[in-house]
Design a protein around this ligand. Sequence first.
Ligand code: NAD
Length: 234
Amino acid sequence: MGTFERIVILTGAGLSAESGLGTFRDEDGLWTKYDLADVATPEGFARNPALVQDFYNQRRRGAAAASPNAGHAALARLEKEYPGDVLTVTQNIDPLHEAAGTERLIHMHGELLQALCALCGDRHRWTEDITAELACPACAEIGGLRPDVVWFGEMPYHMERIYAALAACDLFVSIGTSGTVYPAAGFVAEARQAGAHTVELNLEPSDGVSMFHEVIHGPATEVVPAYVERLLSG
Ligand code: NAD
């Protein structure tokens, strides 16, 4: 398989599915139980903050109790052992990449285990429930804390760094993502324009499957370690 100098990996909910964390759009996914407009938009939060906090408090407890799987572990190994540059960009808000040891990581949709104060903008690591009675550790105001996650209609984080990495990469690998949520769904096109080889690893063909040079379908705990092994053995 040729050698690549700069690899960008994009991950989505499918990578964490086998760690027991629900995906959003699969048949029994979270969006079949909750309305996206209620729990993942600023308008939903303004309408019913308690419902939204409760939704993320449940997700936070689930994420704190989950362990990384063989897919996360393989990506951490790739970062450590690959002679070229590896950047992992995740849409996941769970902490499983870092728990597996990945260090060059961008959480483009924020992090469940972090609270953002909407009043002063400060961020704090947060492993407990967030409630309306809590005071921000920085400004001491009550009621401004929210999960530091990017809702629909909000700007994903670190986009400049991500687009710069995509423009310079020669391999782009998309893992466990349905290819429906932009801007992440557009990354494959950016990478192709930069001349990169593009690979999809997913349980089933994603919405953007035709954009990839190579597609490997199967569960992440199988296809990701196998693909990483291929990259590491040159
Ligand atoms: P998605 O739910 O839209 O798509 C998940 C994809 O993963 C599907 O294409 C599905 O076929 C595939 N998949 C399911 N099980 C798999 C497995 N075992 N192995 C490999 N692939 C598998 O998820 P997405 O594309 O990441 O959606 C984007 C949004 O969902 C993001 O905003 C993200 O923040 C959010 N999200 C995050 C988490 C998390 O942090 N763990 C969980 C759910 C949703």
